[in-house]
Design a binder for this molecule. Structure first.
Ligand SMILES: Cc1cc2nc3c(=O)[nH]c(=O)nc-3n(C[C@H](O)[C@H](O)[C@H](O)COP(=O)(O)OP(=O)(O)OC[C@H]3O[C@@H](n4cnc5c(N)ncnc54)[C@H](O)[C@@H]3O)c2cc1C
Length: 380
């Protein structure tokens, strides 16, 4: 199917920017059982909503013969899929992905049971292979550069490849990008021997010498946390003063402190060798933990008018709904008001995408069949 014609079928759900795990939601949406039985199908209900594209395309299958709808010239024919006697609700999903996953620099993914140690690119590849079995999902390696709300409540998307797409619902999973204000030389080490998250990479530092850079309370806390498994931990304040109470707590728990300004990180390839200070001897380390500044990778949510928090996270309710009707958000980019910071992990991104996917389907059932919506009364 030529992707540049997807907009002509105007159907289904658009999902922008899912990382490797967020793709579960597409798979899930494509597997949903049809809400009616054989008798309904025989009565000709196969072609009724949720296949909203039929209404937009104004084409219908031949009831008497059961033949698929005839596409108008220039249109995409999905009719064979619709009359095919599958007991599934093939919601059409268009997956747009610029393919810049947040953990791409990392060697492997941790904290995902059954996939521990899998390289991020491999995880993405596995996801794509699974999605290939679901013809209702189309993947387009393109960036969505703009999204507009249409009069009928749907969305039109402008893509970086010059194409457009339409969707009834929009699930944003555009993730975060990390700014690295840390010392010179850090970019080459990011995700390999320079880290931000003790849950993602702390275990791999077991028995090794590590450093934490910064003097804020969160850095002191991280240094103490890492002292549970690293061979030795040094807090490097990079020229910032450290309050006496923190210093006492660190040193009484075996964490040394270096207060000199840092000149650079020296490495062999992506492996940190030592921290070089403006004065004083260098410090040999296997890994360093730095303060990253996560930012929204895409401004789509802001441009659509989605409410957000001071830290930039898009506000969602329990079900992934944003403040803009029809726009949902999942993964690192979004959080609920009760959660103090994004729970940034691959498995939580997958979980939030799964929830949002189910709610999108329920919302469409509500619209198309006037069914009660169990999620309609949700707060937020
Ligand atoms: C160095 C590092 C290592 C990490 N290691 C781990 C780990 O071991 N275990 C773990 O659980 N978590 C880890 N994390 C966190 C993990 O990467 C994130 O929690 C996870 O990737 C979030 O998934 P996501 O789908 O929300 O976003 P992402 O994985 O960032 O995916 C977002 C996708 O959206 C695309 N996109 C953005 N804007 C657009 C647009 N406008 N149009 C189209 N596509 C767009 C991007 O190109 C990208 O492919 C790590 C993070 C970092 C920085």
């Amino acid at each position: 199917m030529p992707f540049d014609r997807i907009h002509e079928c105007g159907c289904g759900v658009g999902r922008i920017g899912p990382g490797p795990i967020g793709m579960f939601v597409e798979r899930w949406l494509a597997r949903l059982p049809l809400p009616f039985g054989d008798a309904d199908r025989d009565a000709g209900y196969w072609w009724r909503p949720p296949y909203a594209w039929i209404r937009r395309n104004d084409t219908k299958p031949d009831h008497a013969s059961g033949a698929p709808p005839t596409p108008r010239p220039g249109q995409v024919n999905q009719g064979d899929r619709i009359v095919e006697p599958h007991r599934r609700a093939h919601r059409s999903v268009l997956l747009l992905d610029a393919e810049e996953g947040r953990n791409a620099p990392a060697e492997s993914v941790h904290n995902f049971l059954t996939r521990d140690g899998t390289p991020p690119a491999q995880l993405r590849k596995l996801g794509r292979e699974e999605l290939a079995a679901y013809p209702a999902v189309r993947i387009r390696p393109s960036t969505c550069v703009a999204a507009y709300v249409l009069d009928d409540g749907g969305f039109r998307l402008d893509l970086s490849d010059g194409g457009t797409a339409e969707a009834r619902r929009l699930l944003l999973a555009t993730g975060l990008a990390d700014e690295l204000p840390g010392p010179r030389g850090i970019e080459a080490l990011w995700g390999r021997s320079a880290f931000h998250c003790p849950y993602c990479h702390g275990y791999e530092c077991t028995g090794k010498p590590v450093a934490v850079i910064g003097a804020e309370p969160a850095r002191v806390r991280l240094a103490l946390q890492l002292s549970r498994f690293a061979a030795d931990v040094v807090l490097c304040t990079d020229g910032e003063p450290l309050d006496p109470a923190s210093r006492l707590k660190l040193e009484s728990n075996g964490v040394a402190v270096r207060c000199e300004a840092i000149a650079r990180l020296e490495a062999t390839g992506d492996q940190l060798e030592q921290i070089v200070f403006e004065s004083g001897p260098p410090l040999a380390r296997d890994a360093v933990f730095v303060v990253n500044v996560p930012r929204q990778r895409s401004d789509l949510a802001a441009r659509l008018g989605c409410a957000s928090f001071a830290d930039g996270s898009v506000e969602v309710n329990e079900f992934g709904r944003t403040s803009v009707p029809g726009v949902y958000a999942a993964g690192d980019m979004a959080r609920r008001a009760t959660v103090p910071m994004p729970l940034a992990a691959v498995i939580t991104a997958a979980a939030s995408g799964t929830v949002a996917g189910a709610v999108i389907d329920q919302d469409l059932l509500y619209v198309d069949f006037d069914l009660p919506n169990p999620f309609a009364q949700a707060k937020g």
